[in-house]
Design a protein around this ligand. Structure first.
Ligand code: ZN
Length: 156
């Protein structure tokens, strides 16, 4: 099943609007080398030829490009977005069709992607303010202690 307009719009919302606008000039410069439901490898001919990799990681599409903009800013560039549009138009990346609101993020084919997913970072729970005078405090402390023990990594 190909991606819907809403899903493409959700991906586009992750990209700087100026980048999306500039990507239009590259729509015909995209040459997809290999692609399937979860990966795209493409070349984009601009001033130089740049290589774009796209990989579906869960609810995210991870993009990388060999251009200086991407190297400098580490965010989706016009080449990456041009490849996304071309790939979706050709029916690739269908693994995202199951994702209601897919996002496009910058990454690299060899990176540990968890580094680049601030939204996926585990959020620390708000610290509980406990007053020793409150008789419920000990009960809460016991509960919190038990929970943090349960979350502690197991010994190998
Ligand atoms: Zn680029």
């Amino acid at each position: 099943m190909p991606l819907s307009h809403q899903q493409l719009a959700s991906l586009r919302a992750s990209v700087d609007p100026g980048v999306v606008a500039r990507s239009r000039a590259y729509a015909r410069a995209v040459r997809i080398v290999s692609a399937d439901t979860t990966h795209v490898d493409a070349l984009v001919q601009g001033t130089h030829e740049y290589e774009v990799f796209l990989t579906v990681e869960g609810t995210r599409l991870v993009a990388s490009c060999t251009c200086p903009f991407f190297d400098d800013r580490f965010e989706p560039c016009k080449h990456a977005w041009a490849v996304v549009e071309a790939a979706v138009a050709q029916g690739h990346l269908n693994a995202l069709a199951d994702v209601a609101r897919p996002r496009l993020i910058a990454g690299g084919p060899d990176d540990d992607l968890d580094i680049y997913g601030p939204d996926e970072a585990e959020e620390d729970p708000e610290p509980l303010e406990l007053r020793d005078t409150d008789p419920r405090t000990r009960w809460v402390r016991a509960l919190v202690g038990r929970r943090s023990q349960a979350q502690a990594p197991r010994e190998p």
